[in-house]
Write a protein that binds this ligand. Structure first.
Ligand code: SAM
Ligand code: SF4
Length: 466
């Protein structure tokens, strides 16, 4: 008989053989793409006989799925590897593996850092994990860091954690080569899954009872499987079930086509929220970043989107302190924040990354200047977000309930389709219900209100003025 890999057999007191499965613990850092990859890893390992544990101390295999986008993420991971080092000393039989983007960047340093790391596997090498673990259990350290032009894992159904929301990675890699960004080097070239394979997964997700799905890609709106572009895929996904909320990220401004805007406008269950990173409000810096648009292209795009979908909620990413950024460049970014009237922004200090084009530019904005500019950007955006949220006061908006509020057991929290967090009294509702909430107050991050009328699995997502 052929035994499944890694199923171990213990003999019980009555002499019968009992199968015991081995357990795997995995920590994930970084973006949602990494979270999605972790579910692929868990699926591969589950097929090899492993069961997930949330307790490090119960695991036979400990994996860390890493992020390399900024130095501070890497430093946190290096700190965590220090904990694993001590853990391995105390429990030498445990297999320790490092996965993900950092592996592509600092594989040598990781391998040289001591024998406590048994496995190193890059984002395109997860199929090899079972054999790498087996080798590690026989004392052989393993490294697999190849980047593929074809690997999409589209035959693997990710092992999802049960809940309301989930994601599907519809593509991998990125071809944009923004000069600051390490992603094209750590995740390889862009490749899209076939629409058929994505649709199969969507149907599976609906069967599992998820109510919200996010289509993921580093540059999601450049999706193309040869026959279908991103708006074709988005329409197909949205049309499977009008009760399923559909989100997507991250969109590149250059790939935000009229067709995509029209698709977004025409489907009630495609959430009216776009994350549209601009990075800087200065044309000079945008060119140095190789973003391939100007501030005026970007502003026109926002005007166009708002013209078609007035209720749209927009967020962005900003990098502050890119090489040569002057006070005037920074002021232009502040001006753009005001003009764009974003609902939210993710803000980062420039972090030089080896191999990128910007690595050869001098990181000449002093740390304290980067900090000051970052503070000003955060402060400005907070006040814009507050104004945007205050507009909602007195309106009724539909919310998908996510669970109990972190701050009070008497309250629930949920999201509008425009991705705003709302807190409201429980009133007998449960996670997964759609309810209408009348907004009574707001801060820059959250709306607060009370229920107006219950909708169970409403087919229409509404935001209306009362
Ligand atoms: N693909 C997405 C896009 O182009 O908008 C974003 C992917 S990246 C993982 C997320 C964000 O990290 C970027 O939008 C950028 O703002 C930020 N980022 C990337 N590289 C960075 C760096 N070297 N220093 C600081 N922030 C960086
Ligand atoms: Fe990085 Fe630019 Fe690709 Fe985004 S689009 S992943 S910032 S190279």
């Amino acid at each position: 008989m052929c035994l499944p890999l890694f199923h171990y057999y213990n003999t019980t007191s009555n002499g019968k053989k009992m199968q015991t499965s081995r357990s795997i613990y995995i920590e994930t850092y970084g973006c949602q793409m990494n979270m999605a990859d972790t579910e692929i890893v868990l699926s591969i390992m589950s097929d090899a006989g492993f069961t997930r544990t949330n307790h490090l101390t119960q695991a036979d295999v400990v994996l860390i799925n890493t992020c390399a986008v900024r130095d501070n993420a890497e430093q946190r991971i290096i700190g965590r590897l220090g904990d694993f080092y001590h853990y391995k000393k105390a429990k030498p039989d445990v297999v320790i593996g490092v996965l993900g983007c950092m592996v592509e960047r600092v594989r040598k340093e990781l391998m040289d850092s001591g024998a406590f790391i048994d496995i190193i596997a890059g984002p395109d090498e997860y199929r090899k994990l079972p054999s790498l673990v087996e080798a590690a259990q026989n004392g052989v350290r393993g490294i697999a860091v190849g980047l593929s032009r074809v690997e999409k894992y589209d035959d693997i159904i990710p092992l999802r954690t049960k809940g309301l929301s989930t994601w599907i990675a519809i593509m991998r890699g990125c071809d944009n080569f923004c000069t600051y960004c390490v992603v094209p080097f750590t995740r390889g070239r862009e490749r899209s899954r076939s629409r058929a394979s994505v649709m199969k997964e969507v149907e599976d997700i609906i069967r599992q009872g998820f109510k919200e799905i996010t289509l993921l890609g580093q540059n999601v709106n450049s999706y193309c499987d040869g026959n279908h572009d991103f708006s074709d895929l988005l329409a197909s996904v949205a049309d499977v079930d009008k009760n399923l909320r559909v989100r997507f990220m991250t969109s590149h401004p250059r790939d935000m086509s009229d067709k995509l805007i029209a698709t977004l406008a025409s489907r009630t269950n495609v959430c009216k929220y776009i994350h549209l990173p601009v990075q800087s409000g200065s044309d000079r810096i945008l060119e140095l970043m190789n973003r391939k648009y100007t501030v005026s292209n970007y502003s026109n795009l926002i005007r166009k989107i708002r013209g078609v979908i007035p209720e749209i909620s927009l967020s962005t990413d900003i990098i502050t302190g890119f090489p040569t950024e002057t006070e005037d460049d920074h002021k232009q970014t502040i001006d753009l924040l005001h003009e764009s009237n974003y609902d939210g922004a993710f803000t980062f200090k420039y972090s030089p990354r080896k191999n990128t084009k910007a690595w050869s530019m001098k990181d000449d904005v002093p740390e304290e200047v980067k900090n000051q500019r970052l503070d000003e950007i955060i402060y400005t955006q907070r006040s814009i977000s507050l104004d945007r949220n205050r507009v909602m006061i007195g309106r009724t908006t539909e919310v998908l309930i996510e669970g109990t509020s972190k701050k009070s057991d008497a309250d629930l929290c949920g999201r509008t389709d425009t991705n705003k967090m709302v807190i409201f009294p429980k009133n007998g509702n449960v996670a997964g219900d759609y309810i209408n909430v009348r907004i009574e107050r707001a801060n820059s991050a959250t709306l607060f209100g009370t229920q107006e009328h219950v909708f169970h699995q409403s087919p229409v997502l509404i935001t209306r003025e009362s």
